[in-house]
Design a protein around this ligand. Structure first.
Ligand code: AMP
Ligand code: MG
Length: 335
């Protein structure tokens, strides 16, 4: 019997401020390296030119660590998946041009991977993998907040996007107002866990009678409350703000569940690392007798396993192929 050769897919993710590289083999992560750019804490937000320079500084050594971690030689790589957009053009260009150089040297196929698809495909690494579709997916990250209708192996369809800020951006900006540092989501979560009363600061949940996401009003309300209160109870404030933001995500997702029959509900993207949000969506799923999916914690935020798993499915002919042709900053839907 002929032996089946293992394939090793290198994934490269540089769309924002995380340099993520990983190697995936037969649906498993065999190497995972990531460097998050702490330098942006000085500016409480990502400076694009600096982000691009930092990717360039990190990428070679992360690649070497990946080869060591997987225990393979460079010639054993079978294909490359590199995030081509949406994201910061300079950052994407660093990852894509570096990947292109490698692919030409080794004569490897190179796929241009949609960053959002990468987030969705992290669900293939969860303990319980989605098998029945459609699945309603909430993607909530630093750059995006949207609801997606996912019928694998077809590409997901975007139901709606945020009208203004993303959920992660709102958490980050409010954390900055509170001098909690950047990125702020994990800090708000940490303080919220100490809260005694998550209703003590009354925030209005956005868009209660409308459909869509919007976080800018909530952010303005936070700014006003911070100005009004001389002595803020930090834990209660973080919990109250977080509750309103998450109630909004839940509200809109539940509305969509009433419009269409789904087999499951999932959350992906950096904000899905939040334990409270995970619990809330788990019970939403239970209430509707649906399966609940979320990626392993370390795969919620941007990482190299995202483009690697999408590329592996392209290489295996499971989904439509998209070879790298360039990078783009804004969301492009497939036909
Ligand atoms: P991403 O763009 O997918 O890498 O996600 C980054 C975003 O996720 C940032 O806005 C973070 O503040 C947010 N984030 C990361 N961890 C958490 C957490 N535990 N709770 C809430 N937000 C988080
Ligand atoms: Mg992301």
């Amino acid at each position: 019997m002929a032996t089946v050769k293992n394939t090793y897919i290198l994934g490269i993710e540089t769309s924002c401020d995380d340099t993520g590289l990983a190697i995936v083999s037969n649906g498993e992560i065999v190497a995972f390296e990531k460097s998050s750019q702490g330098i942006h804490q000085n500016t409480n937000g990502v400076v694009p030119q600096i982000a691009a320079q930092e990717h360039l500084r990190e990428i070679n050594s992360l690649f070497q660590s990946c080869l060591d971690g997987a225990g393979i030689e460079i010639e054993e790589i079978s294909a490359i998946g590199v995030t081509s957009g949406p994201g910061l053009i300079g950052s994407l260009a660093v990852g894509a041009s570096w990947a292109l150089g490698l692919s030409q040297n080794l004569n490897l196929p190179i796929y241009g991977i949609n960053h959002l698809e990468g987030h969705v495909f992290t669900l293939f690494f969860s303990d319980e993998k989605p098998k029945k579709f459609p699945v309603l997916v909430l993607l909530a990250s630093g750059g995006h907040t949207m609801l997606l209708d996912w019928s694998y192996p077809k590409a997901f369809k975007r139901i709606f996007n945020t009208r203004d800020d993303s959920a992660g951006e709102a958490l980050d900006k409010v954390a900055t107002m509170l001098n909690l540092g950047f990125p702020g989501g994990p800090e708000i979560e940490r303080h919220a866990e100490q809260a005694k009363d998550e209703l003590s600061y009354r925030f209005t949940v956005p868009m209660r009678n409308k459909t869509g996401f919007s976080f800018s009003g909530l952010k303005t309300e936070a700014r006003k409350k911070i100005r009004e209160h001389d002595e803020l109870n930090l834990a209660d404030f973080c919990a109250s703000f977080q509750k309103a933001a998450f109630d909004h995500l839940l509200d809109q997702s539940e509305k969509q569940l009433s419009l269409k029959q789904y087999h499951g509900i999932a959350i992906v993207g950096g904000v899905s690392a939040n334990q409270k949000l995970r619990k809330q969506f788990q019970s939403l799923a239970q209430d509707h007798s649906l399966c609940f999916f979320a990626p392993p914690l370390k795969l919620s935020t941007d990482n190299g396993a995202m483009p690697a798993i999408v590329a592996e499915k392209m290489l295996n002919g499971e989904i439509e192929t998209s070879f790298l042709t360039g990078v783009y900053s804004r969301f492009k839907s497939k036909k």
